[in-house]
Design a protein around this ligand. Structure first.
Ligand SMILES: NC(=O)c1ccc[n+]([C@@H]2O[C@H](COP(=O)([O-])OP(=O)(O)OC[C@H]3O[C@@H](n4cnc5c(N)ncnc54)[C@H](O)[C@@H]3O)[C@@H](O)[C@H]2O)c1
Length: 346
């Protein structure tokens, strides 16, 4: 069997860490990316860490004929679909961008995979791991969140993830050959322990961890803490922060399960632990040895009080569980931020 795995969006934050984890597990990942939200310098870092050249297909997942050509040339055993836009706030302002790139991108990829499977030009059974998100649970009625909880959305971004999950379910009903692993990520954070790769937001970070580390490095004056009157132990929002290295390992486990057992699944990838905004700030303070100023601000529309996973299904089905602590996550995020204050832009 081919060990090649195609990673759409593989130059991005989660894709690049997954690339290394796949190589370490004996797979040969190929990156497909248009660098809309990533920087080609990451390729040099991937080569430094893994000690071998990186295979890149530069282009747009929306170009179905080209994606089919990529599949024919590389004949991957599986595809991980990371490519897409991910900023919740931007999706509220520009919903069509999200419907076009996220839903349109998934349709394009699925059509390309179907074409090459059906015409026999890349005959591996269509095997896909999809980057979904805990946002598909909307405002959950309780925590921890099980995969069986009702699904909804609070933004066009979340809507796009939900539509793609539904499309994948329809496809599996229509063509049982499809093997699909849907991974609902909670809050990815942290960086590669080498300090060479990490999260590199092009603009104001949407996620808490890069915002806090940018304050720590002196690029921003303070952290805005949105809401301190939630029904949580310290009043600030509680989330399930998962080390990107653990998340990367989750993709390896998902691919191994799909390729060996052939059964589709939908699982949460989280730690099962809820951590508040103030706890994250204190953990980054421990990592960098500085005080991080923060200011309380009103709650943001659409934010929920608590969101953390029940992570037991992934353990049962994939034999995977998160291993890294919050302190490791913050130490790795700080090593990346302090060594690369401007990210990959030098
Ligand atoms: N980071 C998070 O907090 C988080 C949480 C839940 C789910 N996810 C999902 O995981 C996936 C990866 O997230 P990430 O944090 O690595 O994001 P990222 O923006 O760092 O990576 C996405 C990559 O996709 C590429 N891309 C975007 N549109 C493309 C297109 N049309 N054709 C080719 N390449 C394209 C970008 O250039 C980028 O390299 C996304 O689908 C995201 O929605 C992320």
């Amino acid at each position: 069997m081919s060990t090649t795995i195609l990673l759409t969006g593989g130059a991005g934050y989660i894709g690049s860490h997954t690339f290394i984890a796949l190589r370490e597990a004996g797979f040969e990942p190929v990156i497909l990316d248009n660098f809309a939200n990533s920087h080609p310098v990451v390729l040099e870092r991937l080569e430094r860490i893994s000690g071998r050249p990186v295979l890149l297909e530069r282009g747009d997942v929306l170009d179905t004929a080209w994606v089919a050509d990529v599949l024919r040339r590389h004949r991957p055993a599986g595809v991980v679909h990371f490519a897409g836009d991910k900023a919740v706030g931007e999706s509220v302002a520009k919903p069509l961008k999200y419907f076009h790139n996220n839903i349109g991108g998934a349709v394009s990829l699925l059509r390309a995979m179907t074409t090459v499977f059906e015409d026999g030009s890349a005959p591996a059974l269509p095997t896909l791991v999809f980057s979904s998100s805990a946002t598909v649970y909307g405002d959950p009625a309780s925590v921890p969140i099980l995969e069986s909880f009702p699904l909804s959305h609070t933004s066009p971004y979340g809507h796009s993830k939900l539509v793609i999950e539904e499309m994948l379910a329809s496809l599996r009903r229509a063509s049982p050959a499809w093997r699909v692993g849907v991974l609902r990520y909670f809050n990815p954070a942290g960086a590669h322990p080498s300090g060479l790769m990490g999260e590199d937001p092009a603009d104001i970070p949407n996620n808490l961890m890069p915002f806090v580390t940018q304050v720590a490095v002196g690029q921003r004056p303070h952290v805005n803490v949105f809401g301190n009157d939630y029904a949580t132990p310290d009043g600030t929002g509680v989330r399930d922060y998962i080390h990107v290295q653990d998340l990367a390992a989750g993709h390896v486990a998902a691919l191994q399960a799909l390729l060996s057992k052939g059964e589709s699944f939908t699982v949460n990838l989280g730690t099962g632990r809820g951590v508040s905004v103030l706890e994250v700030i204190r953990a980054v303070e421990r990592a960098c040895g500085k005080t991080i100023p923060h200011v309380f601000a009103p709650r943001r529309a659409g934010d929920v009080a608590q969101c953390y996973a029940d992570a037991s299904l992934a353990k049962r089905l994939l034999g995977w569980e998160a291993k890294c602590s919050l302190d490791e996550m913050c130490a790795d995020a700080w090593r990346w931020q302090s060594g690369n204050p401007n990210g990959y832009r030098g």
